[in-house]
Ligand binder design. Sequence first.
Ligand code: FPP
Length: 229
Amino acid sequence: MSNLCHIAFIMDGNGRWAQRKGKKRSDGHRAGADTMQDIVNICFDKGIKHVTVYALSTENFIQRPKDEIDELLVLVRQHLKHSSKHFNRLLNKGIKVEFLGDLTVFDNEILDTIKKVRQDTLDCSNGQFNIALNYGSRDEIINAVNLCVDSNTKVTQESFNRYLYTKNIPDPDLIIRTGGDIRLSNFLLYQAAYSELYFSNTLWPDFSKKELDDIISNYSSRKRNFGSV
Ligand code: FPP
């Protein structure tokens, strides 16, 4: 079986899930966040060291109505506050929480949450939960190029990696996208060079442990040769 150290999720389909049930989009995101909690915990219970979720893209941030972004950020804060069940489960398991993306756009409320979560989980070393927030691969790559140029660093794969938001994080072994679309939508484009991809028609709030188990079993049967024969 191929080693599964890093699994990443594009959690698509919250809006359609809500629409089909005659609910508001924000209800879909709320249900999606509950599913995320369960799935992330199951991944860490399986011994997977890195779990990354695409919570908000740079394009979402610019193009979605402000109300929807605000509601999403409230959800992020709720799930990461000290009294939340999700955060406590992560803390008890010794999971570090990190954020990937351009965080400079956020207000102090969310920045304070991020700072506190980073501080509280700094010494945790059993696994890492990476939350991509206002994340876009094109931004990340251009930012890394500029940092290399500014520091007069010759660009090599090694030096370049150090300037990505994902520095110190291994490349994803498996990327799962729910919601039926077959694309990466500006998510981990550089890091996904040899990732195995899995696309599911399930809308994210309905994504289950059973489906995760089936996908991991499918992943385990794939031969990853990284360019060799
Ligand atoms: C895509 O569904 C989903 C998002 C843009 C948000 C995902 C965020 C969460 C599940 C919550 C994250 C919470 C924490 C604590 C990190 P969509 O709205 O694009 O669905 P649609 O394609 O059906 O409209």
